[in-house]
Design a protein around this ligand. Structure first.
Ligand code: NAD
Length: 499
């Protein structure tokens, strides 16, 4: 399929994607594929006002009925999986298998949210006063802004939107300026679901197109009850402070610097497969990509030798083609960042294998690279920094305590894992003195989470949780209700106050 055919199949006509000022380039070959019209500050305020109007109606629709809209969305996504997956690949450069996987995650979270729409449970609580009942109820919050990053153009939107919608909150989506076409394609799919649903209010989902300043309008508006932002720690630091200043609700999903500890008892065959998938998948551009490998000194040389061999045969190329495992970086800035990081690692005493540009003859305007393995003598500042590229830093350890200290000694706290068949080690890794991350796995790599668990991390990763478990509570306001069904008015704590 040509790029134009991919967009057409996703119902994006040339008239809709041309004539504006925001240039969208595909990382596949670096050419411009769209020029979108952007929203002004005034437009965004009008969009927020429309969202608030939708909230007035949507919050009164029973939650299981709201779930029906999300069920229909899941059905439409199933029908459009191939078409949408291709747009994701075209726009962000991940291989088609991963583009399709992202859409599958959207479908999975829709299924989850449908069930959830009948389970927005509160507690009943024992009252200390006779003839009184206490309970906790959960209510819709208001407009939910979802700001997303380029590397996952659609799934994080769905983790938020599917929950927000069953919780009674309209959604305003500010996609990355690098991947707005995927968002426009999802909007089309959503509108089909709305049509089948019949009586949903207008503007339950709106998409705002623009750069950082467009997002800032949402962040600053007191009429946006929830800001859920996925992206760099730098972005989260700005957004978190602004939303806190106005006492808004903020869910932050920021950068990661994820490690794997490989212990002497590890199944090396399994470890090897997990390392390669999580370090070079999405060309190292996942928040959960494996960036640090902490290997016991007794198996270090064997593992590194096998890794180098596998890395030397990785199929790098057009992510739309079958058999390719490593696609391009998103843009020149990403390639420059990788080059700078490797130079710094060398000056810190590291030894680099790979990391050079690839396929420059075939794609002169795109940024393909050979993934890099960097053997480091220590965890220097560059290792502690998240470089959004396929760089795997390898370090040695002697004791498990030392390995866990290294794993935790970075600013970020998203995902982590250990490969070991020793239950004492694996349980210690998962214990109170183990990994400090939001995600800690055993004999599984750090990337590729399922939607059933809460997703997110600590420290510079922002502390937010999305997707499964009880993450839905982030999209509702909690109310404590005390009902007195007696004929008396006893006060709590036994206080006497007679008039
Ligand atoms: P980015 O921070 O440059 O941009 C993310 C989004 O935030 C974009 O839509 C951008 O326009 C917007 N934005 C930036 N500054 C803003 C501001 N001050 N106010 C409002 N909006 C603002 O990130 P990116 O380069 O697109 O994505 C890569 C980063 O995202 C990596 O650090 C990666 O780890 C992180 N990420 C985290 C998760 C997670 O779930 N933890 C998932 C995906 C990506």
């Amino acid at each position: 399929m040509t790029f134009a055919e991919i967009l057409k199949a996703a119902d994006l006509s040339p008239a809709e994607v041309q004539g504006g000022t925001l240039s969208v380039r595909t990382p596949v070959d670096g050419v411009e594929i769209a020029r979108l019209k952007t929203h002004s500050e005034k437009d965004v305020h009008a969009i927020i006002a429309s969202g608030m109007k939708a909230f007035e109606v949507w919050r009164q629709v029973p939650a299981p009925r709201r779930g029906e809209l999300v069920r229909l969305l899941g059905e439409e996504l199933r029908a459009e999986k191939e078409n949408l997956g291709r747009v994701v690949t075209l726009e962000c450069g991940k291989i088609l298998q991963e583009g399709l996987g992202e859409v599958q995650e959207m479908i999975d979270i829709c299924d989850f949210a449908v069930g959830l729409s009948r389970q927005l449970y509160g507690l009943t609580i024992a009252s200390e006063r006779p003839g009184h009942a206490m309970r906790e109820t959960w209510h819709p919050m208001g407009v939910c802004a979802v700001i997303t990053a380029f590397n996952f153009p659609v799934a994080p939107w769905a983790w938020n939107a599917a929950l927000a919608l069953v919780c009674g909150d309209p959604v305003i989506w500010k996609p990355s300026e690098k991947t707005p076409l995927s968002a426009l394609a999802v909007l089309k799919i959503f509108q089909k679901a709305v049509k089948k649903f019949g009586d949903a209010p207008d503007n339950l989902l709106q998409v705002v197109v623009g750069e950082r300043d467009t997002g800032e309008v949402l962040v600053d508006s007191p009429d946006v009850a929830i800001v859920s932002a996925t992206g760099s720690t730098r972005m989260g630091r700005a957004v978190g402070v602004k939303v806190a200043e106005r006492f808004g609700r903020c869910i932050l999903e920021l950068g990661g610097n994820n490690a794997m500890i490989v212990a002497p008892s590890a199944d090396l065959e399994m470890a090897l497969r997990a390392i390669v998938f999580s370090a070079v998948g999405t060309a190292g551009q996942r928040c959960t990509s494996l960036r640090r490998l902490i290997v016991h000194e007794s198996i270090h040389d064997e593992l590194v030798a096998r890794l180098k061999k596998t890395y030397s045969n990785l199929p790098i190329g057009d992510p739309l083609e079958d058999g390719v495992l490593v696609g391009p970086l998103i843009d020149q800035a990403a390639a420059d960042g990788m080059k700078r990081a490797l130079e710094q690692a060398i000056s810190d005493g590291g030894t680099v294998t790979g990391g050079q540009p690839a396929l420059a003859g075939q794609f002169p305007d795109a940024q393909y690279v050979q993934p890099a393995i960097v053997e480091m003598p220590a965890q220097t500042d560059i290792v502690r920094h998240e470089t959004f590229a396929p760089i795997l830093y390898v370090m040695k350890y002697k004791t498990l305590a030392e390995a866990i200290d290294l794993q935790n000694a970075v600013p970020q706290g998203l995902s982590s894992c250990i490969f070991s068949t020793d239950v004492r080690e694996t349980e210690e890794f998962l214990s109170d003195i183990g990994s400090d991350c939001g995600i800690a796995n055993v004999n599984i790599g750090p990337s590729g989470a399922e939607i059933g668990g809460a997703f997110g991390g600590e420290k510079d990763t922002g502390g937010g949780r999305e997707s499964g478990s009880d993450a839905w509570k982030g999209y509702m306001r909690r109310q404590t209700n005390t009902v007195n069904y007696s004929r008396d008015l006893p006060l709590a704590q036994g206080i006497k106050f007679e008039i």
